[in-house]
Design a protein around this ligand. Structure first.
Ligand code: FES
Length: 294
């Protein structure tokens, strides 16, 4: 029974099943996949008859659409501010030139990049949220399957004959995830402040559709970050007795409740952050007028 269950897993190996795989074998890059020595010689590409290709196909399409839109939005370098709304792709605005391009008049900026930085400041900002998502455990599964077909699904062989894992460059860099997590928290604070500022209409408190859009964006980003596996480890890892750390135990319990939904938050926050930029862009460029509730 146990062997049958494991054989349905992507990670099944005879050595592991027999309990004879050493730690060195488990870590060593080498031949992998269904054509490895010792694996059953099955002629068919896969014996799965369900629509296993749907998940990688949809994932590929959504990620490709996001990459295309984010690239356009980042290099456009205009239409990212319509008071009091700022696009999350341009916040915080780090260049003195922020506010000098169309659709950005009056944007608050820090000027940390000096006066010589004249290209889009978004490329500096996006390093951190994109690094966080690229190294995310959930997104790794998503793009390894959909973009690299490695493997495209469980019990479906990957096209490569060798498996090198994440033990060498460049995938060794995936271990940076815990550091990107802390950077992402800083951005969550900034975007939460932007969401609060989205209710300030020239000194008067008000609510526009954009205010709601920015609040939902901040909430989803927090949910995505707080359900992160690195967050779970940060709050509850490396302790031997939860009973001696009641606060960390409560925090770990909360994060553990969110963690199973991490994939959902990953997709929702990804789509919503792009929609937030699009909304601000349309208002800033005059294509639409932001409806005000009051
Ligand atoms: Fe996905 Fe950390 S595991 S953000």
């Amino acid at each position: 029974m146990q062997a049958a269950a494991r054989s349905a897993s992507c990670w099944y190996s005879p050595e592991e099943d027999a309990g004879t795989m050493t730690m060195r074998q488990a870590r060593a890059p080498g031949p992998g996949g269904v054509r490895s020595p010792g694996r059953a010689a099955v002629g068919a590409r896969t014996l799965r008859t369900d629509r296993w290709w749907a998940y990688p196909a949809v994932t590929f399409a959504v990620l490709a659409a996001f990459v295309a839109y984010a690239t356009y939005a980042a290099i456009a370098n205009r239409d990212y501010y319509a008071a009091p709304y700022i696009s999350p792709f341009y916040s915080p605005c780090l260049s003195f030139h922020c506010g000098m391009v169309p659709g950005s008049r009056g944007v608050p900026h820090l000027g940390w990049l000096g006066t010589w930085w004249i290209v889009t400041p978004a490329v500096v900002i996006l390093i951190f949220p994109l690094g966080f998502r690229l190294t995310c455990y959930y997104y790794r599964k998503a793009y390894y399957r959909s973009w690299w077909l490695s493997p495209p699904a469980c019990a479906v062989p990957e096209p490569r004959r060798r498996y090198t894992g994440e033990a060498r460059f460049p995938l060794l860099g995936q271990n940076m995830h815990r550091y990107f997590f802390y950077a992402a928290l800083v951005f969550n604070v900034i975007l939460s402040w932007d969401a609060i500022a989205a209710f300030d209409f020239g000194g008067h408190i008000g609510i526009g559709v954009g205010s709601v859009v920015l609040v939902v964006n901040a909430v989803l980003l927090w949910m995505y970050s707080l359900s992160c596996h690195a967050c779970r480890h940060a709050v509850g890892g490396r302790i031997n007795h939860f009973s001696k750390h009641p606060v960390r135990y409560r925090a770990w319990t909360l994060v553990s409740r969110l963690n199973p939904y991490h994939g959902n938050f990953a997709w929702l926050s990804l789509v919503w952050v792009a929609l937030t930029d699009l909304y601000v862009r349309l208002v800033a460029s005059g294509v639409i007028i932001d409806p005000r509730v009051f």
